[in-house]
Design a protein around this ligand. Sequence first.
Ligand code: NAP
Ligand code: 8YV
Length: 309
Amino acid sequence: MRKILLAGPLPADCIQMLDAQFELFKLYEADNRSAYLLEHGYKIEGLSGGKVSAELIAQLPNLEIIANYGVGYDNIDIDAARARGVRVTNTPNRLNAAVAELTVGLMVSLARQIPQSHDYVRTGRWSTDGQWPLTGQLAGAKAGILGLGRIGKAIATRLTAFDMEVAYHGRTHQEDQPYHYFDSLLDMASNVDWLVVIAPGGEGTNRIISRKVLEALGSNGSFVNIARGNMVDQGALIDLLTNGGLRGAALDVFDGEPEVPQTLRELNNVILSPHNGSATRQTRAQMSSQVVENLIAYFENGELLDKVV
Ligand code: NAP
Ligand code: 8YV
């Protein structure tokens, strides 16, 4: 049996499927990580789960493949994997609908103040304090998507169905797409009502949403991050949300999550979600199978179903 290291916990169904096919080594259960790696590291041929640093890869001399649980792979030192000839796979596509659905849900919640007005009814204030104030809406507004990839496109079709005008920014103008392309993120931010971030995290996009970009979105603008927390200047985001420089924000991801700054948690013009983009029973079951399928295909035929490198 091939030997697979679980560097971090995975969902129970994924572990169960892996356990039926491979011999598993659970690094996250080890009392002494270094001793565990000294004892078992040389046997390991595959890896899934957790953070995969260059240091960890160096401790696994026979590692051939990392099958990431997730489409984003900023948890893996890709350069170190590539340098060692270690292959990497991820879980694209099967989560597109779930992530796009949550994005739209957060946007509707922010525009229509659903959580706040829900509390208003629940706490009995409707009958004493009167009608809830008027809110904004999505229909008729302009959305700019940073990252019109697999998930970005699923978001775009949904926002179009909500009668929004959709534009996008990325490094490439995708001529086959019906949406307006901005070659500058700053220009896009100045021209839309909603800025939606769904490009990959990692070093290449660190703080790509700078204070300048958020200021360009402006006081009538709403910011949505469903990608990665490190992509945003979170301090600037909080400042602008606090002083009226932005209308609001809907956030599924945070810099330093699961810690979320108290000032952000206390604002009324935000909708906060605990990195739930793909977190439906159906999608997570699909992602679990995808991890296992990637490892089996590689070890049986040398095939990379969802190749990163
Ligand atoms: P994808 O298909 O690779 O799309 C990524 C898009 O981002 C592409 O359109 C790409 O276009 C653009 N992009 C890449 N680097 C860029 C840069 N430096 N500047 C501007 N645009 C850039 O990826 P996906 O499957 O849609 O997933 C996107 C990301 O969503 C993942 O990497 C992950 O971080 C995040 N995610 C979050 C959740 C959640 O639970 N919240 C769930 C799943 C995924 P160009 O190549 O033309 O630039
Ligand atoms: C997480 C995600 O991977 O796929 C991604 O990039 O952000 C999510 O689906 C998921 O939380 C698993 O940890």
